[in-house]
Design a protein around this ligand. Structure first.
Ligand SMILES: Nc1ncnc2c1ncn2[C@@H]1O[C@H](COP(=O)(O)OP(=O)(O)OP(=O)(O)O)[C@@H](O)[C@H]1O
Ligand SMILES: [Mg+2]
Length: 205
């Protein structure tokens, strides 16, 4: 391992990505339904007004069923769903844009479908109740290993110590768990992790 743990991280990413991409379409679908169920039962979703999701890629757990349910949500407050797009100005950061059934979509430089940027569709990070994010690996301490771009870490770095901030929730298959991740100073820890079988909560304040 190199001094900063980068070799460990690279090797872990490779094996964990292989594990999730190897899941069958039946396993993927049951994970999608189970995660939607876990989220719909959770207190933090009940209290939410704006929730950031993502469109699954590379074997990540799909949030499609969950998002469709939020669009149909009937309650005292409307629920807004947003998706991350690569920030057009602030290099290496994400921008959250409203996502509805009629949102115009486009492909980004990684071939990932994302909403077309429109100024009146932007939601500030600080206006979210919950940010659901994909991950490659997690541990029981709430550490997150992403794809290696640092996008979520950069985007969340300003709010990580704010007294009031969105709840940061990782979404993963159970097979993404490792006993202990190598962590760097910039890695923003999660408040909770949702898998098809459970929700883990962490205390980060
Ligand atoms: N707050 C930050 N400011 C500047 N650079 C950062 C910041 N956070 C992360 N980076 C850079 O991003 C690179 C990738 O970070 P890391 O390996 O933690 O990605 P990741 O967490 O797997 O990716 P992602 O956040 O996109 O899911 C690192 O080389 C790191 O220097
Ligand atoms: Mg990181």
């Amino acid at each position: 391992m190199s001094r900063d743990g980068s070799f460990d991280r690279k090797a872990l990413r490779k094996s964990l990505r292989k594990a999730r991409i190897s899941l069958s379409s039946e396993q993927q679908y049951s994970a999608e339904i189970a995660v939607a169920h876990q989220l719909n039962q959770s207190e933090f979703i009940h209290q939410s007004t704006t929730i950031a999701g993502y469109l699954a890629n590379d074997g990540e757990v799909s949030l499609s069923s969950f998002i469709t349910a939020q669009w149909q949500h009937q309650g005292p407050y409307k629920r807004h769903i947003t998706l991350p797009v690569i920030h057009p100005v602030n290099k290496g950061h994400l921008l959250m844009l409203a996502y509805t059934p009629t949102t115009q979509m486009t492909e980004n430089k990684y071939g990932i479908v994302e909403p077309e940027v429109a100024c009146n569709h932007i939601h500030l990070i600080s206006d979210h109740s919950v940010i659901l994010m994909p991950l490659v690996g997690f541990d029981r301490q709430g550490n997150r290993l992403g794809m290696g771009g640092g996008y979520y870490d950069r985007t969340l770095s300003n709010i990580r110590n704010a007294p009031i901030r969105p709840k940061l929730v990782g979404v993963a298959h159970d097979c993404q768990e490792v006993s202990q991740l190598p962590v760097q100073s910039w890695d923003v820890p999660l408040d909770a992790i949702v898998t098809p079988s459970r929700i883990l909560h962490f205390k980060n304040d």
